[in-house]
Design a protein around this ligand. Sequence first.
Ligand code: MRU
Length: 366
Amino acid sequence: MRIDLEELKSKIKPKLRPIIWRDEDNTLLLLDQRKLPFEEVYVELRDPVSTADAIKQMIIRGAPAIGITAAYGMVLAIAHGNIPTLDEALNELVKARDVLNTARPTAHNLFWATERMLNVARNAVHNGSAKNVKELLNIMKMEAKAIFDEEFDAELMMGIYGLEKINDGDTVLTQCNAGGLATGTGIGTATAPVRVAHALGIKVSVIAPETRPWLQGARLTVYELMVDGIPVTLITDTAVGYVMYRGMVNSVMVGADRILRYGHVYNKIGTFKEAVIAHELGIPFYAIAPSSTFDLKSRVEDVKIEERDPDEVRKIRGVLIAPENVPVFNPVFDVTPPKYVTALITEKGIIYPPFDKNIPKVLSVT
Ligand code: MRU
């Protein structure tokens, strides 16, 4: 089926807006994902330190959304206060990059976005296109918007490529929330093929595991798909194997926080388990991510898997469900080795094994 990107844009109009830039007063507004699905409240940010904190606290989360937020965090570094010289502005940007990069360790998009913003600023100063801080600020705003717009188009392209993997009547199992809330655009990565299929009248439904401990599946994936009228069923994390064994799942589609050269996929804890079961049962497993999620330099041993507060496990929404002092191990991502990955779906095309040869080829990078 030939699908035109512009035509698709007219058909897919997501209702949620997780990231808003308010230009009149240079303020970043984030839909507070800690409060969803019960309250839609925006948090207003005006400096990089509180932007980094918002990422840490998971007011915003999901790899591409973290990247876009960090890009605006860089804008905020020079948007307020009177920074007199371009040299001082560059210093502020380096400080902002350093603070934002400590917010969370696993999603590659964060480091990719802050580096891209800093490089653009340095180039603008060195080649004279920014003659003062006001001009530099405008260039930074345009770059952050470009990151957002590119992400939006990339997700539609992932949806178009991913459509090849969806048949009428299919059910897709996902993990966590790799939807529009996780990317900031309202579309998503793992959910992009589903959204495109739905927009074209192809019947497709989603099974969302609740994704303990933060419950991204129960609170966010289910919510955003219901808002957009896409059929979704919530299951417990422990039901994953059973639903696949019962033949209720045609494919697994997940997002990614980072993908390495040999095809290792870092994603929300529980993804590896889905991949192994899918492999055992002959169900295809796809990781769907934009090229900003690919890290072709790091090795498995270089990537830090974030471990979060033990109370996220001991409690559910503030209510203790285990002895108060029980020791807890709370890694929030896992890594799926390439042998379990059927294909990677990107905005530049579908990548099949061997990944070390085909990732550079499809993404046109070395
Ligand atoms: O801890 P989170 O909620 O930031 O984890 C999010 C995920 O694991 C997503 O699947 C991933 O970032 C891809 S988002 C399109």
